[in-house]
Design a protein around this ligand. Sequence first.
Ligand SMILES: NC(=O)c1ccc[n+]([C@@H]2O[C@H](COP(=O)([O-])OP(=O)(O)OC[C@H]3O[C@@H](n4cnc5c(N)ncnc54)[C@H](OP(=O)(O)O)[C@@H]3O)[C@@H](O)[C@H]2O)c1
Length: 255
Amino acid sequence: MAKTAFITGASSGIGRALAHELAGRGWDLGLAARRVQALEELKDEILARTGGSERRVETRSLDVTDTGAVRVVMQELDGALGGLDMVVANAGVALNHKIGSPGFERDEQTIHTNLLGAMATVDAAAEIFNETGGGHIVALSSVAAYRGMPGLGAYSASKAALLKYCEAARVELRGRGTRVTTLLPGYIDTPLNQDMKSRPFLVSAEVGARRIADLIERGVSTSTVPVMPWSVFGLLMRAVPDFLWDRMLGGPRRG
Ligand SMILES: NC(=O)c1ccc[n+]([C@@H]2O[C@H](COP(=O)([O-])OP(=O)(O)OC[C@H]3O[C@@H](n4cnc5c(N)ncnc54)[C@H](OP(=O)(O)O)[C@@H]3O)[C@@H](O)[C@H]2O)c1
């Protein structure tokens, strides 16, 4: 029997490419996002590519900031697909906001989506897997978790907090048959970052999704995506002293 995966934020970018990649590797899918039309188009593409085979694809409208709905939709898909083997907490936003300028609601939305929405996804998955004897939870953090990125303070905070939450989940669920994988992508070419001035070591969404699926199948606990050069660059990001980091990213000091 095919394995089943539930992916949040499947209407675009990494979630969308990962849905294609997993379908190609024989997974049945539960796909969720706010844009249902995009999910329906994705479903049609997947079924066309897999030759309309026995591949099962279910779509659901879901706003992960409605944390109660996350649980309801996941349980519904668990039923519709005859059990879930994997849940991918992927939905996320990257909303710029300079600290101290108008627009704090962008930071609130970032935390509601990337942190509370992802935590609700991990929590609801753990609840299901605790009952069924285990599964695989995958969460999309970011290399921005390593260091507070200027203009993306809330984004960095959300990804750092998600990394820690998943670290705790991994240890808690270890003895209950559930594996937790936390992935920290560098720059993957998606609408999330297409306006950014600099996107070092950029890879396409397809390459990113392939690397992610490989890491998932290897069952790693934590990894950058791609592994190289970001594992080395991630170490450097953490090791660089504040005075140097601040000068590199913030320019000369005033006052
Ligand atoms: N691309 C990168 O370089 C990169 C790097 C590090 C980490 N990541 C992380 O990877 C994940 C996917 O990002 P991406 O690059 O693929 O971005 P993207 O192309 O903008 O896709 C984001 C997805 O999240 C969904 N989403 C946003 N808010 C949502 C909400 N409130 N409820 C449900 N779904 C929501 C969107 O669907 P709807 O709008 O239809 O709801 C969309 O499908 C994010 O968590 C992001 O932080 C990406």
